[in-house]
Design a protein. Sequence first.
Length: 494
Amino acid sequence: MKLLATAAAVLSFASTVLCAEKGNLTKPLTSRLILPSNFKPPQNFKNVNLVHIINLEKSYPKEQINVLIENTAKDAQDEYFIPFTSQQMATIGGLEVKDRKDPDAGLFDAEAVEFDSESDTQFYRIRLPKPLAPKTQQTLGISYSYLSALEPLPKHVGQQESQYLVYTFSAYCPSTYVTLKQKTEVKFPSTNVPEYTIVPGSKGESESPQKQGAKFTYGSFGELPAGAVEPVKVRYEFTKPVIHVSRLERDIEVSHWGGNIAFEDRFTLHNHAANLSKNFDRVQWASQQYYSPPSTAIKELKFPLRVGSQDPYFTDVIGNVSTSRFRSNKREANLEIKPRYPIFGGWNYPFRVGWNADLKKFLRKLKTGQGYVLNVPFLEGPKQPEGVSYEHIELRVILPEGAENVQYSTTVPLVGAEVTLHRTFMDTTGRTALTLTAINIVDDFRDRELIVTYDYPFLAGFRKPLVIFTAFVGVFCAAWAIGGLDVGIHGKKK
Ligand SMILES: *[C@@H]1O[C@H](CO)[C@@H](O)[C@H](O)[C@H]1NC(C)=O
Ligand SMILES: *[C@@H]1O[C@H](CO)[C@@H](O)[C@H](O)[C@H]1NC(C)=O
Ligand SMILES: *[C@@H]1O[C@H](CO)[C@@H](O)[C@H](O)[C@H]1NC(C)=O
C-alpha cells in the first residue's frame, strides 16, 4: 500500500507541521518542499484546453479544473504547478488530482509549496506519476474547495428573508502556463442571480456570461498568457444555513476485551449565514413552520450512521434540551437532532454525539501473526443538503493497551499524525493512541476510510483482566487484613 506511512516517519513530520489555531484562519498546508523566494515555475507546459467549473450549490465553493496539458520542453517533465493567492491558500482544502482519462491511476501526489510567505502568489505542485514525454499530452482533473469564501450581502436579514451570497473569482483560470483555449462554468443553486460581472467580448468573441438556467459560462476565451486574470463577482440567492465547524474532535475507542468500538464526536459548530437584522421572534417562527419555508437557520442535523450503531447519546453544552430521534433497523441507523432554538446566522452550537458498535464490523485479524486491521470512517458528521465545512479536525483512534507497530492509511489530506500513550483507569502502560489532524475539509470527504493496522500480542489481551484481577485480590487482602483492626469511626459517646 503506497499510502501506508509508518508511524516513525510520520512522527518526525508531525513536529514540523502547523496546526491551525481554533477560530483563526488556518495556515496553508505545509510542505517539506521549500523553494527559493525568487522561484518561478519553469515554462515547461502549455494548457491546450481548459474547463474550470465553479459549483456554488452548497455552502462552500467547490471547484474543478479539467485541463489538457502538453509538455513544451525538450525533455520529459513531471512537475506541474498551479497558482493560488495567499488568501486562497489559507482556505483551500481537499485538493485532489486525477488523470481524467485514467481514473484507475489513483490520486496524484500534490502538495503546497512554500517558497516566500510574503508573496501573494503561492503554488501547489502536482507530480505526474510518469514523466510526460516532450510534445505529449495528458488530461488532469484537479478538484478542491474553499472554506469561508462566501460573504452574505446584505450582512443582516430578517428571519423570513432571502439570503444572498457573494463570491469572487477570475473568469480566466489562474495558471502559470499559457492557455490556448478555456472557459469557466458557474453552477448556481437557483436561477436567482441578481448581480454578476459582464466580461465584454473581444476579437469576435461574444460577451460573457452565457446563461443556461442556473449555469453561467464565461468564455470560451482564446490564447491567454500565464498569470492572466479577469475578476468576476457574482451575487446569488442562497437561503440556507452556512454550516461551519471550527473544530471537530473525534474519538474512536477500540476495546478488544469488550468486543466494542465507541465513537464520540465533539463539534464546535457555527452558522456563517447572514445575522438576524432583528431579535428572533419565536411566535412568528412557529406560525411559519407549517409551510416549512426556506431559511438560513439550522433546524435539524441528520447523522446517517453505520448500520448496527447503537446506544447513541447526544448532549449540547446547554444541557439536554434539544430533542433527538434515533431510527435503527437492518438497513439504517439514523440519528436526528433538533436544537430547541433554530440556529441563525452568527450563532454557535457546541454539542457532542456518541454511539457504540460491534467491533467485529470494523476490525479484522490477519491470518498470520498478531496483526489487526481496523477500517473506520474518517468523518461521520451531519449530512445536510447545504453541506458542512470543517476548519480543524482532530481524530483520535484509541487502541487497546499493548497495541504496537501502528500504521495507517487514508485518502483524506492530513497535516499531522502522532502516536502517543493514553492513560485511563486501570491501565498499566497506557493505551496506544493515534492522533490525526486535518484542516479545511468539506463533507464530501464524509465516509472516506481510515485504515489502521497494528500488532496486538496475544498476552497483551490478558493484561487488563490481570490488572483488574490483581487489583481485586489486593483490595480483598487489604480488606481482610484491615477487617481485623478496629478502624471504625465511633461517634462521641455522651
Ligand atoms: C490567532 O489570532 C490571534 C488574535 O486573534 C493572534 O494573536 C494569533 O497570532 C493567531 N494565531 C495564528 C496561528 O494565526
Ligand atoms: C435526554 O434526557 C432524557 C431524560 O433525562 C433521556 O431519556 C434522553 O435519552 C436524553 N436524550 C439524549 C439524546 O441524550
Ligand atoms: C453577527 O453576529 C455575531 C454574533 O453575535 C457577531 O460576532 C458578528 O460580528 C455579527 N456579524 C455582523 C456582520 O454583524
